[in-house]
Write a protein that binds this ligand. Structure first.
Ligand code: C2O
Ligand code: CU
Ligand code: CU
Length: 497
């Protein structure tokens, strides 16, 4: 049994009648960060360290350990947190296309966890979803070959029904992929100098310093009133180069952002979830739902200060209307030169639905997908390796949802019948779903047949995911019989009422 009706009785409640029941939501109950222009940026932005690695028998090997810790975010109070190789978040892993990688993941928590490589194309058994729990004290050793374009990916736990709790406690990090195509372009790529990870999260704190887990919790999940970037509250970044590349990750569990610069200046959007766009898109706004990434290149003038801001998301997302500041860029008095962003970036094949072998439709409503909830013993569909499918995805609620698919980077074919905006024309693994807009996407299952271990697709609002707004699919070889097995110790725990 799960609680699916959330009402916060402090403020007027909006009742929304959705397929399958009545949902309560309240925009005015949203915890909201301080208004734009009011934050005093007082702490240098933390940059997650690069994860050390060694090469053993041609395999690049990383070590991660999930630890219990405490972190001081604001002076004078300590917050119980979880972190990888540290007290909050984790190191940035970097690997190149064509490399074999292996990660030793040690679970030093007193509870099970998993590590999922969000955006990575890899065998289902290495994917780190809810079928791959790591027991307390145990170590997991996934390995795979990096075989996809240079991109900003990330990693985080994906434990059945407990993902939000563990991610919000601090378990998340970036996984950057490099390749020759990206390396040949004159783009900023000096980590921590002109190429900066920007992991944006929102949190609220209790008086004792602990994270508030349920205050502000309503239909979306937990929204916080304090913005953290790489775990830094009120951060500024000293920019020492004429251009700086920001790798934006919405690492929040529920909040939708629409990033821009406070003075409305244009910047170059160069990459989406799965890698570089075909060409830079001169932009003033980049909306990101939880789990989505974008890379932008910002040009600054010597000595100036300008804030990265979040403006109100598309009203059709029903995700609030606040503007707030995220990170101040402080350009030094003299700036090292950096060339303009090249006019052409990646060679992206045209998204061609011509050879798709199946059409599927996914309706997101309440905490269900196609009126069903997650059941680890059920494959919701089976796809065949080396085929493409066309999916239609639709949010039936005037409330925020998103859609994320494991294993693959998809292409958006159309939004309500029109070509996608340029920012969605590249490789994507997660999209925001505005109310009653049809997204048609082209999904390819390149390889890695496995008739027993599924991949996931789900809403990436983590509380929704935890409530069962997730499904599973198998990828099999032609003619292979799907044989998904319910994980050991799992009861028939789907959340049907
Ligand atoms: Cu970022 Cu299935 O998750
Ligand atoms: Cu994922
Ligand atoms: Cu959702």
């Amino acid at each position: 049994m799960v609680v699916t009706l959330i009402a916060i009785p402090l403020v007027p409640i909006v009742a929304v009648v959705a397929a399958g029941g009545i949902w309560f939501a309240s925009n005015s109950a949203r915890a909201t960060p301080p208004a734009a222009g009011t934050v005093e940026f007082s702490r240098p932005l933390a940059v997650p360290p690069l994860a050390p690695s060694r090469v053993e028998d041609g395999v690049r090997v990383f070590e991660l350990s999930a630890d219990e810790a405490a972190t001081t975010f604001e002076d004078g109070r300590s917050t119980p947190t979880l972190g990888y190789n540290g007290s909050y978040l984790g190191p940035t892993l970097v690997a190149s296309r064509g490399e074999q990688v292996r990660v030793h993941v040690a679970n030093r928590l007193d509870r099970a966890t998993t590590v999922h490589w969000h955006g990575m194309h890899l065998p289902a058994a290495m994917d780190g979803g809810p079928h791959a729990p790591i027991a307390p004290g145990a170590t997991w050793h996934p390995g795979w070959e990096v075989d996809q374009p240079a991109a900003t990916l990330w990693y985080h736990p994906h434990l059945h029904a407990l993902t939000r709790e563990q991610v919000d406690a601090g378990l998340a990090g970036m996984f950057l992929l490099r390749d020759e195509e990206e390396a040949s372009l004159s783009l900023p790529r000096q980590y921590g100098v002109d190429d900066i990870p920007v992991i944006v999260q929102d949190r609220s704190f209790n008086a004792d310093g602990s994270f508030a887990g349920s205050i502000g919790m309503q239909f979306d999940g937990v929204l916080g009133d304090t913005i953290l970037v790489n775990g830094t509250v009120a951060p500024y970044l000293d920019v020492t180069t004429e251009r700086v590349r920001l790798r934006l990750l919405n690492g929040s569990s529920a909040r939708m952002y629409d990033f821009g610069l406070a003075d409305g200046r244009e910047f170059d959007l160069i990459a989406s979830d799965g890698g570089l766009l075909a060409e830079p898109v001169a932009s003033t706004s980049v909306p990101l739902s939880p789990g989505e990434r974008a890379e932008i290149v910002v040009t600054v003038e010597p000595g100036e200060r300008v804030a990265l801001r979040s403006n109100p998301p598309d009203p059709a997302l029903h995700a609030g209307s606040a503007s707030f500041d995220v990170l101040e860029l402080r350009a030094t008095a003299s700036l090292a030169p950096r060339p303009e962003v090249p006019a052409e970036l990646a060679s992206l094949p045209a998204a061609d639905a011509g050879d798709a072998v199946a059409e599927r439709s996914f309706v997101m409503s309440g905490h269900n997908i196609n009126d069903r909830q997650m059941d680890r013993g059920r494959a919701d569909f089976t796809a065949t390796v080396d085929t493409s499918e066309v999916w239609t995805v639709r949010n039936e609620n005037p409330l925020p949802h998103s859609f994320h698919v494991h294993d693959t980077q998809f292409r958006v074919l159309s939004v309500d019948g029109s070509p996608p905006p340029a920012r969605l024309a590249g490789l994507k693994d997660t999209i925001a779903l505005e109310w009653s807009r049809d997204y048609r996407i082209l999904v390819r299952f390149e390889d890695y047949a496995d008739p027993t271990t599924p991949y996931m697709y789900h809403c990436h609002l983590l509380w929704h995911e935890d409530q069962g707004m997730m499904g599973q699919f198998l990828v099999v070889a032609p003619g292979q019989r799907p044989e998904l097995k319910r994980p050991e110790g799992d009861s028939d725990d789907h959340h049907d009422h």
